[in-house]
Ligand binder design. Structure first.
Ligand SMILES: [Zn+2]
Length: 174
C-alpha cells in the first residue's frame, strides 16, 4: 500500500496518492494539521508539530515540541501527542488504527514510541538527515525484527515543513 519514497528522496506527486487511507482527510491535510500544531510551540522551542488521527480521520490529539517549555528532554511533539491520544481514546495504551502526522522525520525516541504505541501509519514532512530514524540515519519503524511495523510516507509538504524550521533557526542565529 502507500507510496514509500526512498530515504532522502522526494514524495512523488502521484495523481490521487494521499487522497484516501484513513477516512476523509488526505495525507497533505494531516500534515497541514501538524504544521498548525507546530505553530503553537513556545517561541524557545524548535517548532515541530504532531497530530494523531483515528481510523476515520478524526483528530484525537495534537502537540508541539515542548522540550524547552517543559524542561523535559522527552517532550517531543510526537511523544506528547501519543500520550494525549491515548488519554483521548481512554482505552489503554494501544493506538491501533491511528495515523501520526508530524512535520519532521522522527528521532530514535519518537520512532520507538510510535512503534510501541502500535500506530498504523506514520506521515511526516521534512527529512532530518542529522537525527532521522525513519530512513535517514536509521530505520527504526521498518526493522523486520519488529513485529509491528507502521506504514510510512515521508516528504509530504516537505518544503513548507522545512521552511517552518528554517525560519526558526534563522532567528537563533542573529
Ligand atoms: Zn523525537
Amino acid at each position: 500500500m502507500g507510496v514509500e519514497p526512498l530515504p532522502g528522496g522526494p514524495a512523488l506527486p502521484v495523481p490521487g496518492a494521499g487522497a484516501v487511507s484513513g477516512g476523509m482527510r488526505s495525507d497533505a491535510d494531516m500534515i497541514r494539521a501538524a504544521l498548525s500544531a507546530a505553530a503553537e510551540a513556545d517561541p524557545r522551542d524548535v517548532p515541530v508539530g504532531a497530530v494523531v488521527f483515528d481510523a476515520s480521520g478524526r483528530e484525537l490529539a495534537r502537540a508541539a515540541n515542548a522540550r524547552e517549555a517543559l524542561g523535559d528532554p522527552t517532550a517531543h511533539a510526537e511523544v506528547l501527542a501519543l500520550r494525549r491520544a491515548a488519554e483521548a481514546v481512554g482505552d489503554g495504551w494501544r493506538l491501533e488504527g491511528t495515523t501520526l502526522a508530524v512535520t519532521l522525520e522522527p528521532c530514535t525516541m519518537c520512532a520507538g514510541a510510535l512503534v510501541l504505541a502500535r500506530v498504523d501509519r506514520l506521515l511526516f514532512g521534512a527529512w532530518e538527515p542529522k537525527t532521522g530514524a525513519v530512513g535517514s540515519l536509521w530505520d527504526v519503524v521498518r526493522d523486520r525484527r519488529l513485529n509491528h511495523r507502521p506504514q510510512v510516507r515521508g516528504g509530504i509538504l516537505e518544503t513548507e515543513c522545512a521552511a517552518t524550521l528554517d525560519a526558526f533557526f534563522r532567528t537563533q542565529r542573529p
